[in-house]
Design a protein around this ligand. Structure first.
Ligand SMILES: [Zn+2]
Length: 407
């Protein structure tokens, strides 16, 4: 039997608005707090949680960027000769995504999404490594680097496995009593919310399922660890999509040539532009200013959001739509979906949540990157206590309950 297991359970898209009026984990983790999210998609939020830093510091932000020199996708241009009823089919894209991921040795999440093959060689993919592994950030260390540096043994989920496989794999590691820290990642709720929106009855059903799994996990943990410090948290919430915006049609109508006058990546809630002449810059920015469903995010605001890239690596103009608007078709999808995230962090459904069985959550934990400091604090505490070190009153425990001396 070991002393302490810090158990960090990351439930993707389990936002504050999703759980605020739901008893989710009320018995297991009754202390809950609304956290600010990070501007961007999971590609920005997850690395921010794992590193305790913000996009402009770690440079994990949006997946596709204009970078023809470094594009690994040149060979895929061949597919532009295939008819689009084949190449735009999701099943074909999924098969090709798997093939390309292996060929290019990408270790993180990868999806070709809906990027047209005639333009694919213009782009590079920015998450070639997995942020869920040591050395996986584009810049700087993450929690797994910190744990390895301190010699703390840990468990982390493998995103390619199913939720239940990841649960089983963590339970197996807990039973060995060899770990002093656990990070479990569940992505099922995110997928469900994208598919059904945030009002479906399937959402509370999924939350009940998570509760059963967490119950199971805690029952096993308590046989092997005297104390389980449980944290259930998310990266963002999910808004229901109520309005579709065909931004591509507006930009196409300007008569400019993609790849000669400008390049764009249409994300689901953002469009990012690079320009090759002043006329294109003027026509596009003027057109964007006429669109009531969104706005160009100024540099001053990007800086406040800590997502300003002065080298314009992720785009020279960042156009962002209002919550509930979905850009369709986009390079992320040809067809509408019911739920989306990646809106401004101040929008209602962007906020994330942190739930814990700890009596207090430190005041300085306000945004999702701050979860990192809880992970480091508890991992150090667990390592020390699991080696038989004394429990003590700890200032770094952020005023949580006085720890009892094990003597
Ligand atoms: Zn998502």
């Amino acid at each position: 039997m070991k002393a302490v297991l810090p158990l960090f359970i990351f439930v993707d898209a389990c936002g504050w608005e999703i759980i605020k009026d739901d008893p989710f984990c009320g018995d297991l983790a009754p202390n809950r707090k609304r956290l600010s999210s990070v501007f961007g998609y999971s590609s920005a939020c997850v690395p921010s949680i794992l590193s305790g830093r913000w996009p402009m510091e770690h440079r994990n932000w949006s997946y596709f960027v204009y970078d023809p020199v470094r594009s690994p996708f040149r060979s895929l241009r061949f597919f532009r000769w295939l008819p689009s009823f084949v190449t735009s089919r999701r099943v074909f894209r999924r098969w090709l995504t798997k093939f390309v991921k292996v060929q290019l040795g990408f270790r993180g999440y990868f999806d070709l999404y809906n990027i047209p093959f005639r333009h694919i060689a213009l782009f590079d993919f920015t998450e070639k490594k997995s942020p869920l592994r040591a050395g996986g950030m584009n810049r700087g260390p993450n929690i797994f680097d910190a744990l390895e540096e301190r010699g703390i043994s840990y468990h982390v989920s493998a995103p390619e496995k199913t939720e239940l496989e990841n649960l089983a794999s963590l339970i197996a590691d807990i039973e060995t009593e060899e770990i002093d820290f656990a990070f479990l990642y569940w992505a099922g709720l995110d997928g469900l919310l994208h598919r059904v929106g945030n009002q479906s009855k399937e959402v509370p059903c999924k939350l009940r399922e998570y509760e059963r799994w967490i119950d199971q996990l805690l029952a096993v943990s308590k046989k092997h660890y005297e104390e389980v410090r449980l944290y259930v948290f998310s990266d963002h919430g999910m808004a229901s999509c109520e309005e579709l915006l065909d931004l591509r049609a507006r930009i196409d109508s300007l008569g400019l040539r993609m790849s000669e006058d400008y390049v764009v990546v249409y994300d689901s809630t953002m469009a990012r532009f690079w320009y090759f002449n002043e006329r294109a810059r003027r026509l596009i920015t003027d057109a964007l200013r006429e669109i009531p469903q969104g706005r160009i995010v100024p540099d001053s605001e990007l800086l406040e959001l800590r997502a300003l890239f002065t080298d314009r690596y992720f785009g020279e103009t960042i156009f962002l739509v209002k919550e509930g608007v979905l850009i369709v078709p986009s390079h992320m999808g040809e067809k509408p979906i019911r739920g989306m995230h990646g809106y401004h962090p101040e929008e209602k459904h962007s906020f994330a949540a942190l739930l814990t069985n700890q009596r207090t959550i430190p005041d300085e934990v306000k945004a999702i990157p701050d979860i990192f400091q809880l992970m480091v604090r508890d991992a150090e505490l667990a390592k020390n206590l699991n080696l038989g070190g004394p429990r003590e009153f700890s200032a770094c425990a952020g005023g949580s309950k006085p720890l009892v001396c094990r003597g």
